[in-house]
Design a protein around this ligand. Sequence first.
Ligand SMILES: [Mn+2]
Length: 403
Amino acid sequence: MKVLHTADWQLGARFKQFGERAVELREARFTTLRRALEIARDRKVDAFVIAGDLFEDNEVDDAVVKKAVSLFSDFGSFPTFILPGNHDPFIGPGSVWNRASFQNAPKTVRVFRNAEFAELEGGFILASPLMQKKSTVDPSLKLVELATQLPEDKIKVGVTHGSPDIPSLREDNDFPIARNAATRAQLDFLCIGHWHSWLLEDNGRMLMPGTPEPDAFDRRDCGAVALVEIVGRGSQPTIEKISVATMCWQSFDFNFLEADAARQNLQTTLAALSGRKNQSVVRVRVRGTAAREVLASTRVWLDETLKSFPFSQLDDESGLAFTPAELDFLKANHPILAQVFADLDQMAALTIGTRNDSASAEPLSPTDKDKLLSDAYIEPTALKAAHFDLARQLLLQNLQEAG
Ligand SMILES: [Mn+2]
């Protein structure tokens, strides 16, 4: 039995942060879905499985539903099984699945409206759809019951939606799924969905493929679908991970601590993306502090650089650095701070031989210097002036962030 396993399409996702251009990101999800359906057709699968959250919610625009239905209508050579997830639960009349626009879906499309099974030539698909947005009950328990009603010697593939029961990662009311849910229900394979990153559990018998189209900057390991093949009852499934994503979301950091290097890095990285601007969603996070004119000129440069990227975000949390007068005032009012700066100057004088004009009443002794460096596993000969500049900047930056 060969199944193309996908989940978490979230068609109709709003992407409000991108304003009018969000429509293009919504469109990208359909491009990716078409690609996945083409793979299913070309690889001659027995079933295309959507393990929850095909739609963003039950309130999506009707044009989104019509478009999905029309897409499925172009692929009639294999059955498509859709499981309602927590985003689009089967909640009766208000379900997206009950809309007139969805009733036009081709006969090859089947939505699981109950815990039920479908028979295929090679075996069975067993489904436990979600009927609500939150629950503390493991939805795969229903698959245990279903499996007992079916012939023992037939291949069984389960489908449900929820959170693998990994205490550090899941919420109590977010449909916990036992990590051995596939073997517990005597399934050959269990297709699940919910989280947006690829996760394989239960000795390769339970898979969360992640969202096929990335939807955030902090997603790792998404943008793929799974081609799962099971040659016989009880045999180990083979899983092929196939990339399908249309857009690539990338986040870059620009910190004023090392502004020249940051600028150069960003320039190089963005230049490398110049051939893929329409497929790139780019974010630059600006952090740190600098003088007013440096902040302003950097901002102009960043705006100019990002202008040619249709999907870009500038996340600017940078701030104004202390002026020398402000710094003198701070030192005068905070003896410990003044002492730390004096020690840094003295350390620089003792290691790299810079002139120390601000010798304090109790300057750092060469013995203190040796102890501090050896405690920190720092080799004195490896120190350069830039290290001291960085240390001073870091200290001030932390001070500003704290205060
Ligand atoms: Mn979900």
